[in-house]
Ligand binder design. Sequence first.
Ligand SMILES: O=C(O)CCC(=O)C(=O)O
Length: 257
Amino acid sequence: MDNIRLTKQQIDFFATNGYLVVENLISSEEIDLYKALYDDFLSGKIAVGASRSDLGENLGTNEKVENITQIMWPSDFRPELLEMSYHKRALEISRQLMGDDLDMDFDMLINKSPFTNTITPWHQDEAYWLNVPDKRAASCWLSLDHATLDSGCMWFVPGSNLQDVRPHTFAAKKGGALMCIASEEEGVAVELKPGSCTFHHGRTLHYSRGNSTAGQRRAFIVNFRPGEMIRYERENGFDHGRQNAGDRQLKNDEFAG
Ligand SMILES: O=C(O)CCC(=O)C(=O)O
């Protein structure tokens, strides 16, 4: 596949709305490859220890499966991912959106298993992150399945990237998912076919409904920010839960003042 060149209209749309849909980021052959790898993570064939946790713990009511499976840093366990098409194309697009100094900060898998019916609460990613001086950051959310309203596609609040970070709290338990007050009335839902993706800014309000379907809702997420800010994070001991995924922190109280 050729490199994707965004139009000025797409770049402006992202700057104004805080999100962007990019269709067909990877081909159908590539989707099959990524699905096979993803399933090896889900089944435990690729062991990840404490990099795996339940983002929906105490939010959903599932006991036999994770309410929402979150695996941080899959590329630590399969470094070849870094050289594969998804990471490369997503990096290229993030640079077109926000500048040539962007690099990959971290990657993660978030899956909603069939009938787990657990929402990802409304939040802004910045609430989880160290308050870095340069706020440019984009997450690419690649869907390996049909992401629909019922399986838990992403919702975004257009323009929230240009507003403040709302007050966040832990939704159900300390170390679990964060939440803030927002509603579907403010948002737009983005259904995606397999191989398509969205990019969202670190400040964009987003959420997803639970998966009430019989299929998986596999999302592969890669986050990008200026290389200088990645260094700043690491120097300050912040690595996005690389080996302790279940210890999420509320960082947005640092935004006051
Ligand atoms: O997959 C989801 O439901 C949430 C994803 C998310 O919060 C993110 O990619 O920042």
